[in-house]
Design a protein around this ligand. Structure first.
Ligand SMILES: [Zn+2]
Length: 114
């Protein structure tokens, strides 16, 4: 009876450790290509006219290091006569509160990231 219990215990331990070794493989990191594809997909949800502009802008006009489309569909904000794109809801209010700074950032991302 005892022996049997111990044997079962050892057996289940082996199963557990086997399970561990097979699940300790490298976590799946999205490759740059698939990230680009995801960005492309989000941008493609925009109306056609906006798509071109968002692709040209590439980066958020508030958080200039944030790619448009990386989190979600880019959001268009109209400041004066310009349409700018931002990466998320939080940036919309930022852009409206600091229109001048946003247009400066826009000019920067349009000229700097080519
Ligand atoms: Zn944002």
């Amino acid at each position: 009876m005892w022996k049997r219990t111990i044997q079962t215990l050892i057996l289940s331990l082996e199963i557990i450790s086997l399970g561990c070794s097979s699940s300790s493989t490298q976590p799946v990191v999205p490759s740059e290509a698939s990230q680009e594809a995801a960005i492309e997909q989000s941008i493609n949800r925009l109306p056609e006219d906006d798509r071109t502009a968002a692709k040209r802008q590439r980066f958020c006009a508030v958080m200039e290091k944030e790619r448009l489309g990386q989190r979600d569909t880019p959001i268009k904000v109209v400041i004066g006569e310009r349409s700018v794109f931002v990466c998320c809801d939080g940036c919309v209010s930022d852009a409206k509160q600091n229109p001048k700074k946003t247009l400066d950032t826009l000019a920067k991302v349009l000229s700097g990231h080519r």
